[in-house]
Design a protein around this ligand. Structure first.
Ligand code: BES
Ligand code: MN
Ligand code: ZN
Length: 500
C-alpha cells in the first residue's frame, strides 16, 4: 500500500472520506463534499441512522457531480474525545471496509474537529499510522489465491493543511509502525523457520543497520556466565539457545544508565517433558512474543532517534522433550546463584527470564527493568485479550506504564504481589521451585521473577499471554494473528519520561 500526504485538493478518483461530529455537524470538508454532490450527503442523512457517532459511516456510491468513486461521511464522535487513537482506528476500519469492497484508492480529508486536542499535522500522521497497521498481512507462505488474502486498497492519500507538520510527526510514528511490523513478522513466522539462531540473526541484521549495537551470546558463553536456568530449558532442543543483547545509545548523556527491556523468547513451547496437549501446543510458536516486542521497540527507538540509552536483552530457546531434556525434579543453578527445583518443565519462561534479568542488571545497572513475556495461561483467564497483566515493585514506574498503555491503546491492569504469594514458591530441597501451588498462577510466576530483581531496581513485569496473539481481529489496527503488542506502550513510556 502506497501512503502519501498532500495539501487539500479536489478528489478526482477513488474514495473521498470526510467527517461529521456527533449531532451530524459537517466539518468543512464534509460541507464541500455535500455541495459537490448536489446535497447528496444531506439527503442521505435523512434516510439513514447516521448521527456522527464515532464508528458510524454514511456511504454514497458513484455520486453524481463528482469524480470520486464514492464519498464516505464518517462519524468523529465528540470533538473533545477525538484523539490520535481514534484517528488510527478510524483509518484502519474505513480502509478495511474499502479493501473488502474492492476499492483501490482513498483520500482522507478529515478536518480537526473544533475543540479536539489534536493538531492537524498529528491527526494526519495518526490516520497514516492506522492505515499502515491495517494494511499488514503475513502472506509469505501462500503460493496461490493471493488475491483472496492481499489488501486490495493500494493507494491512500491523506490531505492536510499542515503538510510539513504531518510529515514530521509521521517520521516518528513510521518508526513505531516499522517496529510493530517487525514484531508481528517474528511472531507469525513458523517455528521450523524461526528457531533461536535465526531469530538472533534477524534481530542483528535489522537493528545493526539502524545504529543499534547487537551482541549474540551462544551456549558456551552462557555456560561461562553460569546461566543454568536458561540453558536447562533449551537442553532438549537440537537448536542452540541464544542471548541477544541490544544497545541503542541515543542519550546526549553518553554514560547515562540505560532503561532495560527483557523479553521471553521461547521460539516454540512444547512444554518439554511436562508435555502440553495437542490443542495446548498450537500457537506456541508465538511464545517469543515478549522478545519480538523488545526487538520492535529497539527498532522504533532507533528509527526515530530517541534520545535515550536503551538496553534490550532477550533469551531465545526452544522448549522440547528429548532424552537430553530437562526433567521435572531437576535442580538448576541460575546466574544469580539461586537454585531452582524444576517441578514442571512447562513453566519455562520464568527460567529463561531469570538469567536474562540477572545479566541485564549486573552488567548494565539499568534505571529500571521491564520484562515482557507470554508467561501464563492464567492471565488469559483473568484479563482476556483486553489488558496485559502488570506486576511491579515500584508504584511510580507502574503508574507511568499504565498511563502510557492507556494513551496508545495498549491498556494494562495491575495485579498484586506479596509475601504470602512468594511463600508458595518454597521448595523441599532448593531455594525455590518453578511453580506455585495451583492457584494465582500469574502472580506466583511474577513472584518468581521478583526473586531475580537486585538492589531494589525498579522492575515491572508485563504478562502478555492474552494480547500477543489473537484469533480473529480484536482491533482494526491489528489484522494479523501476531499483534505486535508491547512496542507502542514501551515507546510511549520512553517518549513521555526517559528522553533528554
Ligand atoms: N507459554 C506458556 C503460557 C501460555 C499459555 C501462553 C497459553 C499463551 C497461551 C507458559 O510457558 C506455560 O506453559 N505456562 C504454564 C505454567 C504452569 C505450568 C505453572 C501455564 O500457564 O499453564
Ligand atoms: Mn510453557
Ligand atoms: Zn512458555
Amino acid at each position: 500500500m502506497q501512503l502519501s500526504f498532500a495539501a487539500p485538493h479536489s478528489v478526482e478518483s477513488g474514495a473521498w472520506i470526510v467527517g461529521a461530529l456527533e449531532g451530524s455537524t459537517f466539518t468543512p470538508a464534509a460541507q464541500q463534499a455535500d455541495k459537490a454532490s448536489g446535497g447528496a450527503l444531506t439527503r442521505g442523512l435523512k434516510v439513514s441512522r447516521f448521527t456522527g457517532k464515532s464508528g458510524q459511516v454514511l456511504e454514497l456510491l458513484a455520486p453524481a457531480g463528482v469524480m470520486a468513486s464514492r464519498i464516505l461521511l464518517v462519524g468523529l464522535g465528540k470533538a473533545a474525545d477525538f484523539d490520535g487513537a481514534k484517528a488510527e482506528h478510524l483509518a484502519a476500519s474505513i480502509n478495511g471496509r474499502l479493501s473488502s469492497a474492492g476499492e483501490k484508492e482513498a483520500t482522507y480529508q478529515i478536518d480537526v474537529p473544533k475543540g479536539a486536542k489534536l493538531k492537524p499535522g498529528a491527526l494526519a500522521a495518526h490516520l497514516a499510522l492506522g492505515a499502515r497497521l491495517k494494511s499488514y498481512a503475513f502472506n509469505q507462505y501462500r503460493t496461490k489465491n493471493l488475491d483472496e488474502y492481499e489488501f486490495k486498497l493500494k493507494k491512500v492519500i491523506i490531505a492536510t493543511p499542515a503538510l510539513a507538520e504531518a510529515k514530521k510527526s509521521w517520521t516518528s510514528l513510521e518508526g513505531i509502525a516499522n517496529g510493530i511490523v517487525t514484531a508481528r513478522d517474528l511472531i507469525n513466522e513458523p517455528p521450523n523457520v524461526l528457531h533461536p539462531e535465526e531469530f538472533a540473526r534477524r534481530a542483528k541484521s535489522l537493528l545493526t543497520k539502524l545504529g543499534v549495537k547487537v551482541d549474540i551470546l551462544g551456549e558456551a558463553e552462557m555456560k561461562k556466565l553460569g546461566m543454568g536456568s536458561l540453558l536447562g530449558v533449551g537442553q532438549g532442543s537440537d537448536r542452540e539457545s541464544q542471548l541477544v543483547v541490544m544497545h541503542w545509545n541515543g542519550s546526549r548523556k553518553k554514560k547515562d544508565a540505560p532503561v532495560a527491556f527483557v523479553g521471553k523468547g521461547v521460539c516454540f513451547d512444547s512444554g518439554g517433558l511436562s508435555l502440553k496437549t495437542g490443542a495446548g501446543m498450537m500457537g506456541m510458536k508465538g511464545d517469543m512474543g515478549g522478545a519480538a516486542a523488545v526487538v520492535g521497540t529497539l527498532q522504533a527507538l532507533a528509527t526515530r532517534k530517541a534520545r535515550v540509552n536503551a538496553l534490550g536483552v532477550i533469551g531465545l530457546v526452544e522448549n522440547m522433550p528429548d532424552s537430553k531434556a530437562q526433567r521435572p525434579d531437576d535442580v538448576v543453578k541460575s546466574m544469580s546463584g539461586q537454585t531452582i527445583e524444576v517441578l514442571n518443565t512447562d513453566a519455562e519462561g520464568r527460567l529463561v527470564l531469570a538469567d536474562a534479568m540477572t545479566y541485564a542488571q549486573r552488567k548494565y545497572k539499568p534505571k529500571f527493568v521491564i520484562d515482557l513475556a507470554t508467561l501464563t495461561g492464567a492471565i488469559i483467564m483473568a484479563l482476556g485479550p483486553e489488558h496485559a497483566g502488570l506486576f511491579s515493585n515500584d508504584d511510580k514506574l507502574s503508574n507511568r506504564i499504565a498511563a502510557a498503555g492507556k494513551a496508545v491503546g495498549e491498556p494494562v491492569w495491575r495485579l498484586p504481589l506479596g509475601p504470602n504469594y512468594d511463600k508458595m514458591l518454597r521448595s523441599k530441597i532448593a531455594d525455590m521451585k518453578n511453580i506455585g501451588g495451583g492457584s494465582a498462577g500469574s502472580i506466583t510466576a511474577a513472584q518468581f521473577l521478583q526473586r531475580f530483581v537486585e538492589n531494589k531496581t525498579p522492575w515491572a513485569h508485563l504478562d502478555i499471554a492474552g494480547v500477543a496473539w489473537q484469533d480473529g481481529e480484536q482491533r482494526a489496527t491489528a489484522p494479523s494473528w501476531g499483534t505486535g503488542w508491547g512496542v507502542r506502550i514501551l515507546n510511549q513510556l520512553v517518549a513521555e519520561h526517559y528522553e533528554d
